[in-house]
Design a binder for this molecule. Structure first.
Ligand code: GLU
Length: 332
């Protein structure tokens, strides 16, 4: 029986990194090199036991260099490949962990496919002692060929765990168990005897999402303002002066700003900048309380500030009506 065919798209990241020696796990972003996906796959021959792997080079960079223009191009590459090569049954994307959750959430909102799309990273470079690259790559391929992975939106696989793109965040700098889906937990496990799913995301994604990569050509400027005790409106004013179209407040939990920030946010809103209130807590919902509604501001639901920024930018490609944007936040 022929094996399923999986496209492995290389973007770089620790999972594609070769450091100077086996104990060097710190300086490699500056001193190491990044592999193209063909070499990354070759180093883990076990992965090819499960699928025919088709390497597709895209970028070979640390994920701090991945930006919205790259997301748009990556989404177009996946869409084109899925259309032109119908025999491909899923996608595995090698990605740095620093911004992995952002690329994953963007893709989950704009890709029109029910084929599995799995982002995979690692915390230790491929050259390191006890690197997690090998098992994470194998787990990602096994997830991408699993019949249950289809239609669940974009997935993140690391450390034997399967997460939804919407819910997962990197929570630790160096620990292997860095990705957590804090409010609602992970979707499943990759174990020695198989891939086991326990639940599915309910929010709109991929085929059910309000967005479609075919209609998105730009990513409007949206910025994040981080609150702290005594913060003033300086950052808000600077972003407005830079021409921002939307601002996400990473506010004081449960979603509040300081008095000076509040003044600047209200001024920005009056000038037509859309304001989304999120919280810096990293979990929990920010509801659209009366103040936010009265000021035509939006509650971020339980999205982290970096994910609220992505949804707001995509929302701005369709509408700048605050009630309509709120509906998009309540459903995606
Ligand atoms: N894990 C990081 C990344 O997001 C570090 C690798 C690097 O910057 O080279 O890609």
């Amino acid at each position: 029986m022929s094996k399923p065919k999986i496209a492995v798209i290389g973007t770089g990241g620790t999972i594609s990194s070769i450091s100077t020696h086996s104990l060097e796990v710190l300086d490699y972003p500056e001193t190491g090199r990044k592999m193209e996906p063909a070499e990354a796959i070759e180093r883990v021959p076990e992965a090819a036991q499960f699928a025919e792997l088709l390497p597709l080079p895209f970028r070979a960079v640390g994920s701090t260099k991945i930006a919205p223009a790259d997301w748009l191009e990556l989404a177009q590459l996946i869409t084109r490949t899925a259309r032109e090569q119908a025999d491909i049954s899923g996608f595995v994307i090698l990605h740095g962990t620093a911004t992995l959750e952002e690329t994953a959430y963007f893709l989950s909102l704009v890709l029109k496919t029910d084929k599995p799309v799995v982002l995979v990273g690692a915390q230790r470079p491929a050259s390191a002692l006890s690197s997690d690259v090998g098992m994470n790559l194998v787990s990602a391929v096994r997830t991408a060929i699993d019949p249950q992975a289809g239609g669940k939106g974009v997935l993140i696989v690391l450390n034997d765990e399967i997460h939804s793109a919407r819910d997962a965040s990197k929570t630790s700098t160096y620990r292997l168990q860095t990705f957590k889906s804090r409010d609602f937990g992970l979707l499943g496990h990759v174990d020695g005897d198989g891939v086991y799913f326990y639940r599915a995301p309910l929010r709109r994604h991929t085929l059910e999402s309000a967005f479609d990569i075919a209609r998105i050509t730009e990513f409007p400027r949206v910025d994040i303002v981080y609150s702290y005790a005594g913060s003033d409106g300086c950052a808000v004013d600077a972003f407005v002066a830079a021409g921002t179209r939307g601002l996400v407040s990473a506010g004081l939990p449960p979603g509040l700003t300081t008095p000076l920030e509040r003044e600047s946010f209200e001024k920005a809103a009056q000038a037509g900048v859309l304001i989304v209130q999120s919280s810096r807590a990293g979990s929990g919902r920010v509801a659209r309380r009366s103040y936010l509604k009265d000021k035509a501001m939006i509650g971020a639901d339980n999205l982290t500030p970096q994910k609220a920024r992505i949804l707001l930018a995509l929302a701005l490609t369709q509408t700048s009506n605050p009630d309509e944007v709120q509906t998009l936040f309540d459903t995606h």
